[in-house]
Ligand binder design. Structure first.
Ligand code: HEC
Ligand code: HEC
Length: 241
């Protein structure tokens, strides 16, 4: 993880150095009048700083550079780092999760080491504008199903899925925004397995203030065991296009 935070700091450092260079040259222009430095030049620099900060905050591509080390340059994910593909997820869900990490609703449980990592990164996104910009950038990559890594009894998985999950996640596991239940088809199955177990064990969604996580946590008792969970996840992956 050392190299990841190193990479991130370097990126921030470059951004601020660029900002500093621009602000210095603005100051030189403003100060070269006979009157010397005036309140106006200070004001101009303050406005420029605001605009530049806003510009950097709205550049989804630049912001995404802080995500590459774990999620990959095409948001394809990296199983060895526990970082899922972000490609088959709807933008409303990506946005809501980033906000949940930023506010600490997600990724605060002491046993949720992956969630904690992601929370630390999400907190570096300065505002909602930055969240929207990075999500827009990811969504523009288009959807692409992650490769299946689990196998199971598809028939049994289909039965459980349609009885217990489909009402919220949709008949084809495509997600239902109205219920804030995300797409599951095409999302990494190893990642969904970990999330489901975290919901079941009170590591995610245990906080009632996390309205949607809490709803899902209440459902996570409904499967009898992890073999059935794998059947359900294998079935879900069979629905991905
Ligand atoms: C240090 C590695 C790392 C970096 C850098 C990183 N992530 Fe993550 N991300 C993760 C891990 C690990 C998870 C899974 C967390 C969990 O299990 O709760 C995750 C989960 C997510 C999720 C939740 C997906 C879902 O389906 O629930 C989103 C959204 C996300 N990351 C977006 C981003 C964005 C945007 C950036 C860049 C601003 C970023 N990540 C940078 C490691 C990282
Ligand atoms: C009452 C509606 C509801 C039902 C029924 C339901 N879910 Fe969910 N599920 C949700 C909501 C809402 C979320 C989003 C939680 C959040 O925002 O943290 C979610 C999230 C998830 C996630 C995490 C996805 C991610 O990208 O992090 C998994 C995995 C999941 N559900 C699996 C299932 C399975 C399997 C079933 C059936 C056994 C099921 N759900 C039944 C509402 C439901």
């Amino acid at each position: 993880m050392e190299s990841v935070s190193g990479h991130f700091n370097l990126h921030n450092f470059k951004r601020y150095r660029r900002l500093a260079v621009v602000l210095c040259s603005l100051a030189v222009v403003a100060c070269s009048s006979d009157q010397g430095p005036s309140a106006d030049s200070e004001q101009a620099a303050a406005v420029a700083q605001q605009l530049l900060a806003k510009g950097a905050g709205a550049d989804g591509k630049a912001l995404y550079q802080a995500c590459v080390a774990c999620h990959g340059d095409e948001a394809q994910g990296n199983q060895s780092l526990g970082a899922p593909s972000l490609r088959n997820q709807q933008s409303w869900y990506l946005t809501r999760q980033l906000q949940a990490y930023r506010s600490g609703l997600r990724g605060s449980h002491p046993e949720d080491s992956y969630g904690q990592q992601m929370q630390a990164i999400a907190k570096t996104l300065p505002d909602s504008e930055a969240v929207d910009a990075v999500v827009t950038y990811i969504s523009a990559m288009g959807s692409q199903a992650a490769a299946a890594t689990l196998s199971g009894d598809l028939k049994r998985g289909a039965d459980y899925y349609s009885n217990l999950c489909g009402a919220c996640h949709g008949p084809a596991a495509e997600g239902i925004e109205l219920l804030q239940a995300p797409a599951l088809a095409g999302v990494d199955d190893w990642y969904l397995e970990r999330q489901f177990i975290h919901f079941r064990d009170g590591i995610r969604g245990a906080n009632e203030a996390d309205k949607y996580g809490y709803q899902m946590a209440m459902m996570a008792d409904s499967l009898p065991d992890e073999a059935v969970l794998r059947d359900v996840l294998a079935y879900i992956q069979s629905l991905a296009d």
